[in-house]
Design a protein around this ligand. Structure first.
Ligand code: GCB
Length: 606
């Protein structure tokens, strides 16, 4: 175990990453299909590394099988794989075309949970800690062009006090069955959860990009380049019709687009997207590299009580969510993503939070296109033990999250953590540098931490631009007492607002409803009870919103999701408006009625 934890500590998250794009210069090879899969015994000492399995054809092992990529491995076989904690191995071979030898070849993982070591033809090319975020390695030196290369990935999903999420491991008493305890309320799905690809890039290419574009039409951009040999740069900004709005010959520049079409969230206007094209050219004018990125002009500001989108009050109505499904777990699936986002639109919501980790890159692009505003959250859920090592890892995670999502106009706030123990006095010195770091990386968005403590004891709230908090009146407190909810939530929000003079967003409230369970009068765990809990909250929210003391409301949760086995969880968490199969409960219709008629102030003004 010690050996594993040390490995987890030493490997940084990968920084500066561009979205994958295929174009007239860049080629991409999908590696999404069945990989050979071998698992070590749970909580092993790491036999694979010890015996150098990356030098072997693991398909010959007696327990070798196949595993689809992307997918979580947990729900595809038996309970020991479902509950597996420790090392698993993935392997496949791939021909690398000779014609690619002129450039550089990278291997890119969109997310591997929670720790991955990558070997190409027996050479270790790198490691990544954290999951939920992309990383890539330059493998040019490790492959032979025109021949087959073997890709081996060793993954470890152990959670500990130095990982995000934090957790520990407790044997349950079964001989070879180890039960993983994360301090969070969702199943720690593991494996190669998102796409794996080979990227064939020119020797000299763009590696990172930042774009800031505000509601006044001001634009500033930076592009990082690796390699030499380009002598000219061409930057062109085009509108949605392809009309040129701005040009530059600098890699890093500033400028202005007169009267830009702004990016608005749904219900406030159109989510208008521009495209910035960056070309690197040689002396003779031949094209060396090119990337195209969609972005939007918009400004997020805030007052003592409201979040403003392009200067107008933005009242956020949405949900917390999970990016997870039956069978495939927390893996990317374009079918399920589309169903989810269509349902988000069906409810009339204008926002959601990527609780409790960054969601897929494909989803972020769809948020931009559809006008769904998002609070992007790191994987720092339920931090209970503060230490330098978890703080360092958390800072790396913040850097990598902001680096990946900074150019998305739909991302309007960074949530650095969900429900840390923020009444402990250690919480403040822990979060001060984190907030400072996030602000130094991005000056254009507010920072929050989603809190569970109350206003009297919390020591983190004062550091934040917007206060988000989770509260379960009628559920975890005073279950069955529907009559108390309106006053309780009204009073608490008023106190937060008065004490901190910041916009307040209720980021979780709700109740469990087992799909199809009904009772009149309403009773805990029935669909009727869930509806009544939400309605009672809404009475308070409407009053508070009129008094300009509430900046938004998010129900917990969009859809039912899987958790570990627990006396309080009936095959998962059932606070969903939708079932895990994405069918509406009674509460989904209530929310649809509320969100579709309760427009933002901007829309009312139009
Ligand atoms: C919370 C957590 C969320 C849980 C939820 C619940 O406060 O943020 O992860 O799932 O409560 O249902 O208990």
């Amino acid at each position: 175990m010690l050996q594993t934890l040390t490995l987890l500590l030493l490997s940084p998250l990968s920084l500066a990453i561009l979205p994958v794009q295929e174009n007239e210069i860049r080629e991409v090879r999908q590696l999404n299909d069945l990989w050979t899969f071998v698992r070590e015994p749970s909580n092993s000492i790491g036999y694979g590394l010890k015996h150098e399995w990356f030098r072997q054809d693991i398909s010959t092992f007696h327990n070798a099988t196949v595993m689809p990529v992307p997918s979580a491995f947990n729900d595809l076989q038996d309970s020991s794989l479902r509950d597996h904690v420790g090392w698993v191995w993935y392997q496949r071979s791939e021909f690398i075309p000779s014609r690619m030898s002129k450039g550089r070849t990278y291997i890119r993982f969109d997310s591997a949970n929670y720790y991955a070591k990558v070997f190409i033809n027996t050479i270790e090319t790198g490691a990544n800690t954290g999951g939920h975020l992309p990383f890539e390695f330059d493998i040019t030196q490790h492959i032979v062009y025109g021949q087959k290369s073997t890709i081996t990935v060793a993954i470890n999903n152990t959670l500990s006090l130095t990982t995000l999420p934090q957790g520990d491991v407790k044997p349950t008493g079964y001989p070879d069955h180890i039960y993983q305890r994360g301090f969070m309320d969702f199943f720690p799905y593991s494996g190669l959860l998102r796409s794996v690809r080979l990227l064939f890039l020119p020797k000299t290419h763009i590696t990172g990009q930042s774009i800031i574009a505000d509601a006044e039409g001001s634009l500033s951009f930076t592009n990082d380049v690796i390699g030499t040999g380009f002598s000219k740069v061409e930057v062109i900004v085009t509108d949605a019709d392809g009309e040129i709005e701005y040009t530059s010959s600098a890699l890093n520049g500033t400028g202005k687009v007169a009267k830009p079409e702004l990016w608005w969230p749904r219900n406030m206007g159109k989510p208008y997207l521009y495209t910035i094209t960056v070309r690197l050219l040689s002396d003779s004018g031949s094209l060396i590299d090119v990337i195209r990125t969609k972005f939007g002009f918009r400004s997020i500001t805030w007052t003592k009580s409201e979040i403003l989108w392009n200067g107008r009050p933005f009242y956020c109505q949405g949900f917390g969510m999970h990016e997870e499904y039956d069978v495939r777990g927390r893996s990317f699936d374009s079918v399920m993503m589309t169903r989810d986002l269509n349902l988000v639109e069906w409810t009339g919501a204008n926002c959601y939070r990527t609780s409790h980790y960054p969601y897929s890159e494909e989803r972020m692009e769809e948020n931009d296109r559809r006008g769904i505003a998002v609070i992007v959250e790191t994987a720092a859920v339920a931090i209970r033990h503060y230490s330098d090592s978890i703080q360092n890892h958390h800072m790396d995670f913040i850097r990598a999250t902001i680096d990946r999502d900074r150019n998305h106009p739909s991302a309007f706030m960074w949530s650095l953590a969900n429900e840390p123990s923020s009444s402990l006095h250690e919480a403040k010195p822990y979060f001060v540098p984190l907030v400072k770091l996030a602000k130094s990386l991005d000056t254009t968005r507010p920072i929050t931490v989603v809190l569970a403590s109350g206003p009297a004891t919390d020591v983190v709230a004062d550091l934040l631009d917007v206060i988000c908090f989770n509260r379960y009146y009628g559920w975890y407190s005073n279950i069955g007492m529907l009559f108390k909810i309106e006053a309780d939530i009204y009073n608490e929000i008023s106190i937060w607002n008065k004490k901190f003079a910041r916009p307040i967003l209720i980021s979780e409230y709700g109740a469990e409803a087992i799909p199809g369970m009904h009772r009149d009068p309403p009773f805990a765990f029935t669909e009727e009870y869930q509806v009544e809990v939400l309605k009672e909250h809404h009475k308070a929210f409407d009053r508070l919103r009129n008094e300009k003391r509430l900046a938004g409301e998010m129900v917990w949760v969009f859809a039912d999701f899987m958790t570990l086995q627990d006396t309080t969880r009936v095959v998962g968490n059932h606070k969903g408006l939708f079932t895990r199969q994405r069918e509406p409960k009674m509460s989904a219709h209530l929310i649809r009625q509320r969100y579709s008629t309760n427009k933002t102030r901007h829309r009312d003004e139009l």
